[in-house]
Design a protein around this ligand. Sequence first.
Ligand code: RAM
Length: 523
Amino acid sequence: MKIQQVKNRTIIENKFYKEKADKLKPNFNKNIIHPISIIEMTPDVNEIHGWKSNVVEPAADLKGKDFGKGDTFILDFGKHLVGYLTTNIKPVGSPPDAPLHLRLTFGEMPVEVAEPFSNYNGWISSSWLQEEMLHVDVLPEVLSLPRRYSFRYVKVEVLDTSAKYRVSFEDIYCNTVTSADSKNVVPLNSSDKELNVIDQVSINTLKDCTQSVFEDGPKRDRRMWLGDLRLQALANYETFQNNDLVKRCLYLFAAVPNEEGQIAANLFMEPQLMPDDTYLYDYSLFFTTTLYDYYMVTKDLETLDDLWPIAYRQIELGLERLDERNIVKDDETWWSFIDWNDDLNKQAPSQAILIYAMKKAKKLAQILNNKETYRFLQKKIEDVTESTLQHLWDKDVEFFVSGSDYQVSWASQVWMVISGVLDQKSNLKLMNRLLTEKPSIMMNTPYMYHHLAEALLLLGEKKKTITIIKEYWGGMIKDGADTFWELYNPSNKDYSPYGSHLINSYCHAWSCTPTYLIRKYNL
Ligand code: RAM
């Protein structure tokens, strides 16, 4: 696994862009949600991660109960929520002669409240695990937790009261937050019930990730990544139509490039706008394509005009990585994301993404009547496409190959189809070969599955896509998802690139696209 730390970098802040973004800060919609049930988690090998939740009694029954040292209960709020928890705690018995010591654990999935977090041994920070230990000195108390949590389940553990008093939890609720407005969503009303459910779960996923910016996941990383933004924006156009938020996010990314003009892979919003020191070859290029998508939906020429220089700069930087053959250089110094898969070679999919981005940029140049750039891109696209076919297409295996080992992966074929280097007939043949040959370098994320689905839809393969959507995203629902997950490998459901599924995000932006695929392509 690679961690990028760029030393001595300079950020060139663009105040004009930043001010435009600031003016577009969204309003939040809030809602108070109470838990539905008190549950218990029981081990079950047939359930994902080995845990099944069983209802013990309605959450309303909590009111008559009191708890002392060592007592625990788990609440199920019935659906995934993002927001702030409040509970009204009262003492029962003698006057409280010692503080109340509590632990609260929040879980998007049963496993997070069923297994101790001390089991976690992954390589990213354990501080992402959602847990709160606190002392309450004065009772009664209306306790409102300052941190925002992303959860469906809450485990309450009374670590201690005293021998003389116990506590009751009179009320517990979550104040949910999102800047998405559900009133804007037109119901799908498909005759296919399964697609309606998948559409709704996609919308719930997008809603919970839509905050002051489009976040990747409200549990983790709680920040905006360009690859996620691109897909969220597409799903958003078909649903919440929060187009000003897409605009805000584009200006935010544009406001803090490095000294070369490269846009960072992700941004922090607090304590002030700050780019991460991670730069991904593919994500930077997606700035240009996200601007293209935004313009096509909104026809907002002013924004296109403003952002075109920095959007075009990403293409120039992408082209700088080409070797003398016009092939993206593959070495140890770069990181292109593509998918979570340590065995995946990124060269061919990155080459395809460069071509895809150049094609979008060419259209933008045409819209802006920038003839010189248009002609330049036209020629470049031809040259790079020709080189791709010459050096990366293997006539014998009839697949695109990547890297010095000539690797055949799903990602390379899918991206080459999306970029349109072959004609439609050959693309169709390639996708059919891919689906029957099933190369061993598979896909691990809904992010990559989205691209598989989109590649098929670009070829008009609706039936095959519906099957994939039902098997893959529908599979998550069967495994308990009420928002879609960051990672899902149906043949290894414990998969995590971080070393433990406890830390995976179970409401993840890049997973929200079935609503886009279903609505955009009339599935
Ligand atoms: C992870 C997150 C995020 C993604 C990056 C590349 O940190 O899942 O969504 O964009 O990886």
